[in-house]
Design a protein around this ligand. Structure first.
Ligand code: NDP
Length: 487
């Protein structure tokens, strides 16, 4: 079996124990992963803290940017190897991992460019003989925690801005599919970052995550995962009073009006829910379609869903691979059964196929007669689309916003004025109009409500890793006149 190590203080070290990682395509172990426990987590945070106050703080912002640029080039060059590892360890199809990881390099390039553009401001202060200005300073040690899906991407949107801002990190990979991040540590090493600037660990969430998120030397927690875990993380942060940014799940509406280009909308919906085998936070998992075209649109979707090539994730022709874990598939099966019991109708899919691996077919559930179905409110994190019909624009908006989440949304319409009304009315961090799933390092990304708070991507994300220091400097050589009056 393949072996992996933790990366702490610039060295590759074993964990306190090892645990097997399963290949989701076969359900069999393929690698031994190192488990970080309390001692390893503490060592990683201490290393990050030393680096923050030591060599990293002595580098100029331009030098930090150059290191990030080097990392970007290394990620680009290693993309095929990283993609193959992510596919092997998480079951995400090779077509997607290859394209996504090649693009991850651009996130590092973007933040490399931002490193020396984080500026304070001179204040036109309202007092004579006084200069005042602000400095943007790094917050300190960051605990970056990511789930198993798209780990290299989800860590780039944390590691890039945190390093650009001058922070150091402990990056925790999920216990499910940690191989690509542990391999990424080798690129950090090769790029020449001082020891301790980036530490990469994995281990079991509640144990290792608890030590990390309560650690007194952690200043900020950048978390991506589910709302339940996010609550635990926020409770933990009451110990160290670390700031948090939370990128959580979604139950994103995908709204199709009768005046839309239905073929484009159907293709976008297929990608919106079945790409990444539905294991995507932005999955357009609630189709809200105008009743006038509902039957026609569902027929198109059904035909497309049933034509999807389901096969081993390492084949370039595969379109849907296995889910990452059996646990995930069991959750999907239970939620579908509860929805069908509540009156939802299976249009296609819905049953576990024969054979090895954690496969599940593209599934469409018409929930028009089951407004209380869990399929409409709970995140499947799998290839399952819940459908509702509507007649009026007001009804579409009401259904779209009838969720505790607020991450992404899609609107397909031929009317520009309606598009603008929907953009204003939808409560979500991202609105895609006549497109879906577009992302860029330049564009902020994040949600409301159960989808979390804070934004990743864009310049503002780097500023989130800084704190403002205000400096006052008296320019008069005269003695301070009255010590009991504030000036
Ligand atoms: P989890 O919330 O279960 O896990 C996320 C991370 O938190 C993992 O590394 C996990 O470790 C760790 N963790 C678990 N318990 C704790 C704890 N007590 N303290 C600290 N860390 C802990 O998420 P899933 O793995 O189920 O991932 C899917 C979720 O992520 C979905 O809800 C999805 O929508 C969301 N997501 C959001 C995205 C966004 O950008 N908004 C993007 C992608 C996914 P371990 O796995 O080892 O338990």
């Amino acid at each position: 079996m393949d072996q992996f190590q933790l990366y702490i203080d610039g060295a590759f070290v074993p964990g306190a124990a090892t645990f097997p990682s399963l290949d989701p395509a076969t359900g069999t172990p393929w690698a031994e992963m190192p488990e970080a426990r309390e001692a390893e987590v503490n060592a990683a945070v201490e290393a990050a803290h030393r680096a923050f106050h030591g060599p990293w703080s002595r580098l100029t912002a331009t030098a930090r940017g150059k290191l990030l640029m080097k990392l970007a080039d290394l990620v680009q060059a290693a993309a095929p190897r990283l993609a193959a590892l992510e596919t092997r360890d998480t079951g995400k199809i090779i077509r997607e991992t290859s394209a996504q990881i090649a693009y991850v390099a651009d996130y590092y390039r973007y933040y490399a460019g931002i490193a020396d553009k984080i500026e304070g401001a001179h204040l036109p202060i309202d007092k004579p003989d006084m200069e005042a200005w602000t400095r943007r300073e790094p917050v300190g040690v960051v605990a970056a925690i990511v789930p198993w899906n798209s780990q290299l991407f989800l860590s780039a949107v944390k590691v890039g801005p945190a390093l650009a801002a001058g922070c150091t990190l402990v990056l925790k990979a999920s216990e499910d599919g940690p191989a690509p991040l542990l391999e990424f540590a080798k690129l950090v090493h090769e790029a020449g970052f001082p020891p301790g600037v980036v530490n990469v660990i994995t281990g079991f969430g509640p144990a290792c995550g608890h030590v990390l998120t309560t650690h007194p030397k952690v200043a900020h927690i950048a978390f991506t995962g589910g709302p339940g875990t996010a609550r635990a993380v926020v409770r933990n942060s009451a110990e160290n009073l670390a700031s948090t940014s939370l990128e959580l799940g979604g139950k994103s509406p995908f709204i199709v009006f009768a005046d839309a280009d239905l073929e484009s909308a159907a293709n976008a919906q297929v990608s919106g829910i079945f790409a990444a085998t539905g294991q995507s936070c932005v999955a357009g998992s609630r189709l809200i379609v105008q009743n006038a075209v509902k039957a026609e649109f569902l027929a198109r979707l059904k035909a497309k869903a049933e034509a999807i090539r389901i096969a081993a994730p390492d084949q370039m022709t595969t379109e849907v691979g296995p889910l990452c874990t059996e646990r995930q598939r069991d959750h999907i099966v239970r939620t579908i059964a509860a929805s069908v019991a509540g009156g939802a109708r299976l249009v296609t899919g819905g049953h576990v196929p024969e054979g090895a691996g954690f496969y599940f077919p593209p599934t469409i559930l018409d929930c028009s007669a089951a407004p209380g179905a869990p399929a409409l409110s709970e995140e499947f994190f799998g290839p399952v689309l819940a459908v509702q019909g509507f007649d009026t624009e007001e009804e579409a908006l009401r259904l779209a916003n009838d969720t505790a989440f607020g991450l992404a949304s899609g609107v397909f319409t031929g009317s520009l004025t309606r598009a603008h009304r929907m953009i204003r009315g939808i409560r979500a961090g991202v609105v895609w109009v006549n497109t879906y799933r577009a992302v860029s390092p330049i564009a902020p990304f994040g949600g409301h409500g159960l989808s979390g708070h804070g934004r990743e991507g864009g310049l503002a994300a780097a500023l989130d890793y800084t704190t403002t220091k205000t400096v006052w400097l008296r320019t008069s050589d005269d003695p301070i006149p009255d010590p009991f009056v504030m000036r």
